[in-house]
Design a protein around this ligand. Sequence first.
Ligand code: PLP
Length: 510
Amino acid sequence: MQKASSALQPVISVDRQSPKPLHKQIYDAYRAMIVGGGLQPGQQIPSTRALASDLKVSRIPVLTAYAQLLAEGYFEARTGAGTFVCSSLPDQVARPTNGNSAKHIPQSTESRFVAKRTSVLPTTETAPPWFGLGAFSISQAEYNEFPTQVWSNLTLRHCRNLQANTFHYGDAMGCEQLRDAVCNYLRTARGVRCESQQVMIVSGSQEALEVSARVLLDPGSSVWVEEPGYWLTRRVLTFAGCRLVPVPVDGEGLNVAAGIKKCRNARAVYVAPSHEFPLGVTMSASRRLQLLDWAERSKAWIVEDDYDSEYRYDSMPIASLQGLDSNSRVIYIGTFSKVLFPSLRLGYMVIPKDLVHHFLEARRTIDISPAYLYQAVVTDFIREGHFARHIRRMRQLYGDRRALLVKCLRQEFRSSLEVMGSEAGMFLTVAIPKGIRDIEIAKIAARERLWVAPLSPYYLEEPSRQGFLLGFGGVLAEEIPHGVQRLKSVLSSHMSGGSRKAASEAAPSS
Ligand SMILES: Cc1ncc(COP(=O)(O)O)c(C=O)c1O
């Protein structure tokens, strides 16, 4: 069998009825693509044999056209490698005039209709200035401690062993073996009541939020959300056209009575009862029961986001809310983003049995099925005990880092910074005295490569608190004391006017 050409086939066609000779048509088409930027300098082009075969013409007109293009310097031949667009085309030729050129960017968007729902999403800054890698990034785990060798071996094992059925579309609920492994894990470690037929593998909790919104909610549905709360949940609900009802979170978690007062007949509530984001509160037992009771009476759904509760340092992991629910009102969502790594894009949800078919159809419509390879790798990672071992090791490491961070905060700020929430997860939140604008401080800190996420943007309504989320997952223990000192110096040195008093309260000289 002849070796297939590795060059992409350009969009070239020939018209046999045209009076223009075939070689001239091919020549003109290539020239136009090069001048138009459709083919880039240095890009390989198909061999004459491959192009003749694709165009279903004899090789002679192709050879003639290539010879002309070579002679004029549009093409260059590289011995043993093939034919390429000349890498040193004159500027006026190489300058693209294709879709990237300014000339093609419409000057007005007035008549360019897009769905109205696109306008309800607030624009996300490409990278909020306080999101970087290092102290105290909230979205960073300790990747240096990830068992990369084990992971690579498992990945290689599955890459070498790809069967015909693993190339094909998979089960829309996810790979059966992974669903079994997740089901077993959730029953044992999270107190979730489930069978593997209820487990759907998704691409991170974000997809689970999206699928659940499509299945459970209509445009205009009222939905309780935690105030302050996870911004990406809100975006999903906003995009779905829902009416968001911010329900305050206090020391016991979501205030159910306040929710009932605001909107008794909401269709659903989105909560993170094990470790509320961003305040870090664990929902009390009585609030859990109140929430389940309200949901049953109002025929509402509870979407439980259990994103990082593997990591608890002061007590045993708190069992899921789903495990307490005897009316199948809870849709449980979890993720591998925190315990493994976020670019994996794998998560899972546990769906009440009678809703499984609705979720399945929605999922099929959105992305057909999850990608196979990493599902297989994660299955083995769990089955062979690496998952449990990794969590145990990281719990110890993160617990130590958290304790050190709290100690340093107390040393530097004494009691003037309130550390909120329970001892869990990979971040903690501190409240700062009134009068200091957390966004301003976060921006100033970011200029010094200190990443402290401000608390106030997580509120839908007027923020009742200002503060920062400090991630400790990806910060080496030896960097923590220095990081806290830098935070203190940012707070004390960058304040002026009315906020100076507040700043000095927040950053007392030691
Ligand atoms: C509250 C909350 N839920 C879920 C996630 C994880 O999302 P995903 O699984 O889509 O990566 C995060 C990540 O930071 C989060 O903060």
